[in-house]
Design a protein around this ligand. Structure first.
Ligand SMILES: Nc1ncnc2c1ncn2[C@@H]1O[C@H](COP(=O)(O)OP(=O)(O)OP(=O)(O)O)[C@@H](O)[C@H]1O
Ligand SMILES: [Mg+2]
Length: 583
């Protein structure tokens, strides 16, 4: 428990750190809080002259003055309330913005391995839901703690001044309330973590259904998906109800305890002990103060809930923020490379406990050479290709670029050397022009985009669209066909004009016309670049300078098309099969 407590305090301190830059505004809020608290006490103070001078002695003059004072008091109180609430909200929103920014930054910098094992929906829910929870914790709670504590203290001071015996009685209830608060807060943190997890689960399930809606329809998986969703949704409900139950039960309990305290005070008053209230005004003022004490006390007990939620949310956010990221700027800077890539006894495993996907691979791609990589599905072709831009690091051996281990090169520079067209083309929610010039900083030459599109044989298709290059594609735009998407990706790669090109040909067969167009686009793209093609098309393979045949993570054959045919090994076999299937 105490270690737990310690960790919670650490997380909370770190959250407060996000609010630190706004301390001047916080000071303004602090003053407003003081004014607000004092106005509360002043209200109870005014009851004394109102009762004694006004009602008991029947002096209308006093009553009128008090009326005026009350009006003025509420104006001051209103202004103070606005200033303190708005400043604290302002700070809270800044904290959320900052945290979201940090989280997003992290998503941009985390290694591929991280994404392999994380569900999108859960990450999204951290970015959207958990960050909101944090604001509650950092600002609203601070507001409550300071504002209400000061109010309570001021009111208590006033009460003690009026009558210390009665006040001491009121204080008897405080330990009981404190104990209850401790219990409630512990429970809150536990439940809050579960609620956040369940929100992640809800987002994840929904996200999958949205992205995979076609499959859901086709496989009539609506009921199953609904069940899966219900499970997360119900869990969320149960946990939220637990939270609500604790919250709803704690409030009246505290009020009951406080009420008993109050009753005790009145009872003791009847016994008229030494130092008890001597005027009606004193007693009314005392009672008003004691009543005014209740709402801030209640909020002070609730504040724990908010803090615990925030700590739970903060924990999960910081866990993500503290993960190791790729070090993009370390290492040797690179100008444009010549593009000689060498794999030296490269071994790679996705997971140490699962076997090696690539085993002691050695080969070299000379600058400007075109290599075709072929092999059965699952033989490790895409894996091999992803080692070059360091989506993953080798687990044995090394990959060198122009003779230097790529692990020693500056990552951002290394990746600038590589254009890649992958099996599943990713288009961003942007215009076609934006997709082709993706990642280019600053003003992009429209003519250059057009030229890239022409070279990728996609220009005609684009011009046929109603808005041409300004047509939105991706999630909320028009959908392009598979072949068109590939050619847009090829245009993007052309636009990047990198010395190294990696192509992971889609296995899905395109029709002849579109295949020819894609092939022509690729021919343009490959010119003068070091190219590694994971090839499925015979046309690509036969054009390669050399062919590497990969089997179970090893290179089993290497040579030109003619050499390998003559060798009549694995390649010759695959070739025969493919010719037969295309025939
Ligand atoms: N991100 C990953 N995490 C763990 N294992 C993976 C990952 N990606 C691929 N694998 C495994 O690594 C092996 C090689 O996969 P890879 O994608 O490199 O095959 P491939 O040769 O490209 O196949 P295909 O021709 O079907 O694209 C497979 O057994 C696969 O299950
Ligand atoms: Mg693959």
């Amino acid at each position: 428990m105490s270690e737990d407590h310690h960790a919670a305090i650490k997380v909370y301190k770190r959250l407060l750190g996000y609010a630190k830059p706004y301390w001047p505004l916080f000071c303004v809020a602090l003053v407003a809080m003081l004014v607000y608290s004092l106005s509360q006490a002043a209200f109870s103070y005014l009851m004394k002259p109102l009762m004694n001078g006004g009602l008991v002695e029947g002096n209308p003059h006093v009553i009128m003055i008090v009326a005026g004072e009350i009006a003025a008091l509420f104006v001051v109180r209103g202004i103070a309330s606005f200033v303190l609430n708005y400043s604290m909200s302002w700070i809270g929103r800044q904290v959320i913005r900052h945290l979201r920014g940090d989280l997003f930054d992290k998503l941009l910098r985390l290694p591929t391995r991280f994404f392999d094992t994380s569900a999108t929906g859960i990450l999204l829910s951290k970015l959207t839901y958990n960050t909101e929870q944090v604001a509650e914790s950092t600002t609203n709670s601070v507001k409550v703690i300071i504002n209400d504590s000061v109010t309570v203290l001021v009111l208590l001071a006033w009460m003690f001044y009026l009558n210390w015996v009665l006040s001491a009685l009121v204080l008897v209830v405080v330990p009981a309330i404190a104990w209850l608060t401790r219990y409630v807060s512990r429970r809150f943190r536990r439940v809050s973590t579960r609620i956040q997890d369940s929100m992640g689960e809800i987002t994840r399930t929904s996200e999958e259904v949205i992205a995979g809606h076609r499959m859901v329809k086709l496989y009539s998986a609506e009921t199953a998906e609904r069940a899966r969703f219900d499970k997360a949704n119900d869990w969320n409900l149960t946990q939220n109800l637990k939270l609500a139950f604790t919250n709803c039960a704690a409030n009246p309990l505290i009020q009951i305890i406080a009420g008993f305290g109050l009753a005790l005070v009145i009872y003791v008053l009847a016994l008229n002990p030494v130092g008890a209230a001597n005027t009606v005004g004193d007693f009314t003022s005392f009672l008003v103060a004691a009543t005014l004490l209740l709402p801030p006390l209640r909020r002070l007990t609730n504040v724990n809930a908010a803090i615990q939620k925030g700590v739970a949310a903060g924990e999960s956010i910081f866990h993500l923020i503290d993960l190791d990221e790729e070090r993009r700027d370390a290492g040797k800077p690179l100008e444009r490379v010549r593009g000689r890539i060498e794999f030296e006894r490269v071994g790679f495993a996705y997971h140490p406990r699962k076997g090696e996907v690539l085993k002691s691979l050695s080969f070299c791609i000379e600058s400007g050479e075109m290599i075709a990589l072929i092999g059965r599905s699952g033989s490790g072709k895409s894996t091999l290709a992803s080692l070059v831009p360091r989506f993953y690091d080798v687990t044995a051996g090394q990959v060198t670029l122009d003779g230097e281990d790529i692990r020693g090169l500056r990552l951002s520079d290394l990746r600038r050397q590589i254009a890649m067209v992958t099996q599943d083309v990713v288009l961003f929610n942007d215009t076609i022009a934006g997709n082709i010039s993706y990642g280019a900083a600053g003003e992009v030459d429209a003519e250059a985009i057009r030229e890239a599109a022409r070279a990728a044989h996609i220009l005609q298709d684009i011009e046929a669209l109603p808005d041409g290059f300004d047509t939105l594609v991706g999630e909320r735009g028009i959908l392009l066909s598979g072949g068109q998407r590939q050619r847009v990706a090829i245009a993007r790669a052309l636009m990047k004009n990198a010395p190294i090109l990696i192509l992971d040909e889609a296995t899905s067969a395109l029709d002849n016309e579109s295949e020819r167009q894609v092939q022509r686009a690729l021919d343009e793209l490959m010119q003068g670049r070091t190219t590694l093609v994971i090839a499925h098309r015979l046309s690509t393979i036969e054009r390669a300078d050399r062919i590497l045949v990969l089997e179970n993570g090893r290179i089993v054959e290497e040579g030109s098309h003619d050499e390998l045919i003559a060798h009549s090994g694995v390649y010759a076999g695959l070739h025969r099969l493919q010719i037969r299937s295309t025939a």
